[in-house]
Design a protein around this ligand. Structure first.
Ligand code: ZN
Length: 289
């Protein structure tokens, strides 16, 4: 299902008010129509004729990168944060060939994701603060991973759907499941866990550049790939990596091996997907066409 905005009165009046010719945009659509929280999705702008030269935009505080598709429409990825509720505003800037520009704001409905919440009856132990020097290390490592995600907005897009699953194996813990204590969400699983023995292969889901390889306190041996255009994937608890920082990887290429490094109880791959700084369900990336 696709939601279509065929020049609603709001859009029409904005277009009439601005420098763009009426009908500069045929439709703004997104897929899926109602976006589940914690997922990545696509936004399509269909220009009417040659009037629009460029579209920029922002959704959930992250920049959008529109690229021309074969049918002449402009398509961008966007992400809904897992804690988003209700309508989020999609802000678009349409730049005309004659230099004029017009802004559009459209509400995108974000709906609840199907995430399991486990009610805890006793206070969770894992909520205990770490010793200050450990907490500082965790914070610094987290900031470095987030810097990779932010920098990806400045990397030209290298990815092309369809995306390849990093492993073919069973998913042992899905994205987004959480624990609740006293009506407060105390923790969320912000990745997808794939089963695997130590040494099992992990594949790149798309073309990208290896942006970070290091040993982190929580994540153990980690590897992050910048796919460009705001898209980053991360691989945690590795036993080994098969590529180095700066290497270009291709879809399906073996990049690393499953391990049990960092804070884990057994070997598995924790896979994370980010659009900018928004961590999303990797399954929504694999579902993109
Ligand atoms: Zn995990």
């Amino acid at each position: 299902m696709r939601r279509t905005y065929p020049l609603s009165m709001t859009v029409l009046s904005l277009l009439l008010a601005g420098a763009l010719p009426v009908g500069a945009v045929q439709a703004v659509t997104w897929h899926p129509e109602s976006v589940p929280q914690g997922t990545i999705f696509t936004i399509t702008v269909a220009p009417d004729g040659e009037g629009v030269s460029r579209v920029t935009g922002v959704f959930a505080d992250e920049r959008l990168h529109f690229e021309s598709s074969a049918d002449g429409s402009l398509v961008a990825l966007a992400a809904a944060p897992i804690d988003a509720r209700g309508d989020l505003q999609l802000r678009l800037e349409l730049v005309a060939r004659d230099g004029g520009a017009e802004s559009l704001t459209l509400p995108v409905p974000v709906v609840a994701g199907e995430y399991r919440m486990q009610e805890l009856t006793v206070a969770p132990e894992f909520g205990r603060p770490q010793p200050p020097e450990i907490q500082q290390r965790i914070n610094e490592e987290s900031a470095r991973a987030m810097a990779v995600a932010r920098n990806s907005h400045g990397t030209p897009r290298m990815w092309e759907p369809p995306f390849v699953a990093p492993r073919e194996s069973r998913i042992t813990s899905g994205f987004g499941h959480g624990r609740v204590f006293n009506d407060q969400v105390t923790s969320r699983h912000m990745g997808t866990d794939f089963a695997g023995a130590v040494g099992a292969r992990i594949r790149a889901p798309a073309r990208g550049v290896v942006a970070l390889v290091d040993a982190f306190f929580l994540g153990g041996n980690v590897l992050y790939i910048d796919h460009g255009g705001g898209l980053v994937t991360g691989y945690l608890h590795l036993s080994e990596h098969e590529v180095e920082e700066g290497d270009i990887v291709e879809p399906g290429q073996v990049i690393a091996r499953v391990g049990a490094t960092g804070r884990v109880t057994g070997p598995h791959l924790h896979w994370l997907v980010r659009y900018g700084t928004i961590t999303v369900d990797g399954m929504s990336l694999l579902a993109l066409e």
